[in-house]
Design a protein around this ligand. Structure first.
Ligand SMILES: C[S@@+](CC[C@H](N)C(=O)[O-])C[C@H]1O[C@@H](n2cnc3c(N)ncnc32)[C@H](O)[C@@H]1O
Length: 217
């Protein structure tokens, strides 16, 4: 699903980029994912699917100069923003961005040591086809980590800790967006049980706020 299809052209891509880069909920989240990558991989090719402005891609690349990071996105305005950032940061040789759809990734089979995706899964017109395609480009013995929000309010304790950590305004805004925007946990479970991806090992993790689908090849 293209951002452009919703009228999300250049201006909205730019707006999203500023928001994501400065929102402490998201900044914290990307930092945690990048640390997890650093702890699990010492070198290799990493793909970020639905990379948007590339914030995670840059954070991951910063952790280890033996990582070669590729970002792919179906929005050409997002790809432009990410490419410009790579140029400004002097990282264009190690962090590259291109237009592409998760349903038809522009890469050979078994190209990547790790595939990541954050907050993009709920946009895919066929999430199961996306999973199948990600599995295709993963090297054998490698994993994909697909992160997203989940629809519905977190439990009382989690709500309290979100507000404590991020403040009333940002915390409440985040919970409001989550409560309407993403797939519910049941919807994700039913996607993962579709025949189309039977045989692909997908492990669903839920930390109360975010979900992670770990695809193991
Ligand atoms: C909410 S943004 C998340 C961007 C980035 N991953 C982040 O965490 O900031 C969702 C992104 O997924 C991209 N996207 C949506 N459908 C896609 C598809 N079928 N293939 C590739 N990218 C897609 C959108 O263009 C958008 O940039």
């Amino acid at each position: 699903m293209r951002l452009e299809n919703f009228g999300f052209g250049g201006v909205l891509s730019w707006f999203y980029s500023v928001l994501a880069e400065n929102n402490p909920v998201m900044v914290d989240f990307y930092e945690n994912v990048a640390n997890e990558v650093f702890l699990n991989l010492s070198s290799g090719n990493i793909l970020d699917v639905g990379t948007g402005p590339g914030i995670l891609a840059f954070k991951v690349a910063d952790k280890n100069d033996k990582f070669r990071v590729f970002g792919v996105d179906i929005s050409s305005s997002m790809v432009e923003i990410a490419k410009n950032k790579a140029k400004k940061k002097g990282l264009s040789d190690r962090v590259t961005f291109q237009f592409g759809d998760v349903l038809n990734l522009p890469f050979e089979d078994e190209s990547f040591d790790l595939v990541l995706s954050t907050f993009s899964f709920h946009h895919w017109s066929s999430p199961s086809k996306g999973i199948k395609e990600i599995y295709r480009v993963l090297k054998s013995g490698s994993q994909a980590w697909i992160y997203d929000g989940k629809r519905g309010l977190p439990n009382k304790q989690t709500r309290k800790s979100i507000v404590e950590k991020y403040g009333m305004i940002l915390g409440t805004l985040f919970m409001f967006v989550s409560s309407v925007h993403f797939f519910s946990l049941d919807e994700i479970k039913s996607i993962l049980s579709l025949d189309e991806i039977r045989g692909i090992k997908c492990i669903l993790e839920d930390d109360g706020i975010f979900i992670k689908i770990r695809i193991v090849k």
